[in-house]
Design a protein around this ligand. Structure first.
Ligand SMILES: Nc1ncnc2c1ncn2[C@@H]1O[C@H](COP(=O)(O)OP(=O)(O)OP(=O)(O)O)[C@@H](O)[C@H]1O
Ligand SMILES: [Mg+2]
Length: 411
């Protein structure tokens, strides 16, 4: 059976491991700290700094050689953005399979690369934007003749989960936005993207599966290679996801527009041989569907798929990677929702939880605790999942259940 080397061992990785183990794979989970969620369910683990190219390459080569000796197919499965992705490009050239493709992980590591591809090469509609490498340049990109104007959103080109991101509402706030972005970026590139603030009606994630050319022994037609999950609505705070739900009220014509864009961008970055699931993010404003960004891997808002359907985003990802058929996705009747359970305070020790029983006493509710070994304020520690007659009712129920679970930090 195949060996998966998972790069990143958070809650999404943990579910990928569970899905892969259910299909008999062997999984080794990597991250920068021991006891990470995915490590708790994997066959083995490695603690390493995945931004250290040499350490990354050594680990990949060692496991690739082991897989070869044991006659297993081998896949590198990145689950976070913070990876020395140039090394994955090099390793892929040397014959290692990277999911969905080394180019996809490399292009999405920085916001500017994927934005350039989407906006300039594929001509997808995006928010007006510019880049800056100093506070003065940022001012020009905002207030200049071709600037975004205010309000606008400033983000480090290298960051995720809203880190370093802020909204500038007036000119006087530009310097503070620069300082905040630079102080909270990942890596050492002092570069930000500034985007026009899109006053959207709602935002969605369109989970898009890119399949291999041959699946279950059958050669797929080009059109058959891309599959979509129904759009997921979500709400963010501080640039981080709070709740997500399905179905999301979106006119079929707008769904088609989003699907067309998602198919184009995922096909481009997966290449001919790449396969896997992507989370493609869009803003919807009136009849406009605006491309925002994408993850070449399961998406946090997609955690709702653990309850909304028979094949979760994690199951879909693993099937696409292994080249196994996805005959159909069956959805629950009515609505489904997820709501996050966050830590309230910092704590270096293993936290404890209260209220799980109260939450589970509610009908049609499930709780997932990620098992993170320590807390930070706002760190995502678990998620509540719910189904109900409508998405609106499911949201209410999931939020209520999440609110019942309290994370007690331990110093
Ligand atoms: N130009 C914009 N106009 C309005 N809102 C925005 C804009 N850019 C980002 N946001 C809001 O901030 C959220 C997070 O932004 P974005 O997805 O770009 O960052 P992120 O750090 O990659 O987040 P994540 O890793 O959680 O997906 C968006 O989902 C949206 O709610
Ligand atoms: Mg995002």
């Amino acid at each position: 059976m195949p060996l998966l080397l998972l790069l990143g061992s958070g809650e999404l990785g943990k579910e990928v491991v569970i899905s892969a183990k259910r299909l008999g794979c062997r999984v080794v989970a990597c991250d920068s700290y021991a006891g990470a969620p995915a490590m708790q369910v994997a066959d083995g683990f490695e603690v390493l700094n995945m931004l250290d190219g040499d350490a990354l390459e050594r680990a990949v080569r060692r496991h690739a050689a082991a897989a070869k000796r044991e006659g297993r197919a081998f896949y590198v499965v990145p689950e976070v953005e913070a990876i020395r992705t140039e090394r994955l490009v090099k390793l892929e050239r040397a014959g290692v399979s990277v999911v969905p493709s080394a180019r996809a992980t490399d292009l999405t590591m920085n916001r500017d690369a994927i934005r350039r591809l989407a906006a300039e090469e594929l001509r997808l509609p995006t928010a007006r934007h510019g880049y800056a490498e100093s506070a003065a340049e940022l001012r020009e990109r905002v207030m200049g003749k071709k600037g975004t104007g205010v309000p606008c959103v400033v983000k480090p080109v290298m960051s995720s989960s809203g880190k370093g991101q802020s909204v500038v509402r007036k000119e006087a706030e530009i310097d503070a936005a620069w300082a905040y972005a630079v102080g909270n970026m990942r890596g050492d590139t002092r570069r930000v993207i500034v985007e026009e603030f899109v006053d959207f009606d709602y935002e969605i994630t369109l989970l898009t599966v890119r399949q291999r050319a041959v699946v279950g022994g059958r050669k797929l037609k080009e059109k058959e290679r891309t599959l979509f999950v129904r759009p997921i609505g979500h709400r963010q705070e501080r640039g981080d996801y709070m709740e997500s739900w399905m179905p999301c009220a979106m006119k079929p014509g707008l769904v088609k527009k989003a699907q067309k864009m998602a198919a184009a961008v995922t096909r481009e970055i997966a290449g001919e041989t790449g396969a896997g699931l992507f989370g493609v993010e869009f803003f919807v404003r009136g009849k406009e569907v605006i491309f925002s960004e994408l993850s070449p891997r399961p998406h946090d808002t997609g955690m709702v798929t653990m309850i909304s359907q028979d094949l979760s985003e994690f199951d879909l990802h693993v099937r696409a990677v292994l080249g196994l058929p996805i005959a159909q996705i069956n959805y629950v009747k009515g609505g489904a929702a997820s709501a996050v359970i966050l830590a309230g305070a910092e704590g270096a020790g293993e936290p404890s939880y209260t209220g799980i029983g109260e939450a589970l006493a509610l009908e049609d509710v499930q709780v997932r605790v990620f098992g993170k070994p320590s807390t930070r304020k706002y760190r995502r520690m678990g998620v509540a999942l719910a189904t109900a007659a409508t998405a609106k009712k499911a949201r209410k129920l999931a939020v209520r259940a999440a609110g019942l679970v309290r994370v007690e930090a331990r110093v």
